[in-house]
Design a protein around this ligand. Structure first.
Ligand SMILES: NC(=O)c1ccc[n+]([C@@H]2O[C@H](COP(=O)([O-])OP(=O)(O)OC[C@H]3O[C@@H](n4cnc5c(N)ncnc54)[C@H](OP(=O)(O)O)[C@@H]3O)[C@@H](O)[C@H]2O)c1
Length: 243
């Protein structure tokens, strides 16, 4: 499988790339970002750095990829899209940038990648990594972070609609994790403990969500909406060698 990872420098994407490097079913990894991604250290007997390529897209080109980028993306079988302005960063980011990064870049990527995909092995699989609180129904705008959560829900709707209308060429899923925990995230861990105990948000390990999303693009989506606890179950099953 040729896998594109959108948001190559991010927390979740870094773990996806680390696991994909050692997965023999993935033969090529294109890491897409606005900055160069540092290659992870290959581990295990199947760790193969030669299949990793980092691709930088300048700020002006996220809705109109240059031909050189399109050439690198062509023939792919799947994409895991993690690019977003996260809720904490959205407060200090212009709203127009947040809209582009959370919605428009993803919908353009999906349309373009679907056109360029490996047509000999349909479907092209696309995962939009969102969040547990994103809201798809505009009538249900939350009191806190309302515009942001509706924006994420709108992006979810657009991704799923595109796949539905592709008549089988594209399969899409939305991942809706709660708090994502991982090594080296001390502030994140404290925030996570607070949100988990006070607000009741579910949590998942970054290794679990990465393992789930790789498993799902390789084997097909259990559901078009992957909820936190389902991803804990699938991801842990993969990490334990049961799946
Ligand atoms: N972390 C969590 O606890 C958590 C919980 C629930 C849901 N999620 C969701 O999971 C996904 C990944 O989260 P994460 O924690 O990995 O986030 P992250 O570490 O902030 O990574 C986000 C990625 O998006 C890129 N990006 C942001 N704004 C961009 C822009 N304007 N143009 C191009 N690239 C841009 C970042 O690039 P730079 O590195 O250059 O900034 C980075 O590669 C997001 O959709 C997030 O909402 C995360």
């Amino acid at each position: 499988m040729k896998l594109i990872v959108g948001g190559s420098t991010g927390f979740v994407a870094t773990e996806i790339i680390r696991q994909a490097i050692s997965n023999p079913a993935i033969t090529s990894i294109i890491a897409l970002g606005r900055r160069e991604a540092s290659p992870p250290v290959a581990s295990g007997p199947d760790g193969d750095m030669t299949k990793f390529k980092t691709l930088v897209i300048p700020d002006v080109a996220w809705e109109d990829y240059p031909d050189a980028v399109k050439n690198e993306l062509s023939g792919a079988n799947a994409c895991i899209w993690t690019i977003a302005v996260t809720p904490s960063k959205s407060r200090s980011t212009p709203w127009e940038t947040t809209v582009k990064a959370c919605r428009d870049y993803a919908t353009y990527a999906l349309k373009t990648m679907a056109e360029l995909a490996d047509k000999s092995k349909p479907p092209f699989r696309f995962v939009y990594v969102s969040g547990v609180n994103a809201v798809r129904d505009p009538a249900k705008k939350p009191f806190l972070l309302g515009d942001y959560l509706l924006l994420r829900g709108e992006a979810e709707n657009l991704v799923l609609k595109f796949a539905k209308e592709s008549k089988g060429d594209v399969e899409a899923a939305v991942a809706k994790p709660g708090i994502i925990n991982g090594p080296g995230r001390v502030m994140g861990l404290l925030r996570g403990v607070f949100l988990h105990s006070i607000v009741g948000l579910p949590s998942i390990g970054v290794d679990q969500i990465a393992a789930t999303l790789i498993h799902e693009v390789l084997h097909g989506f259990e559901s078009d909406t992957l909820l936190n606890d389902d991803m804990v179950r699938i991801g842990q099953g993969v990490l334990d060698g049961r799946l």
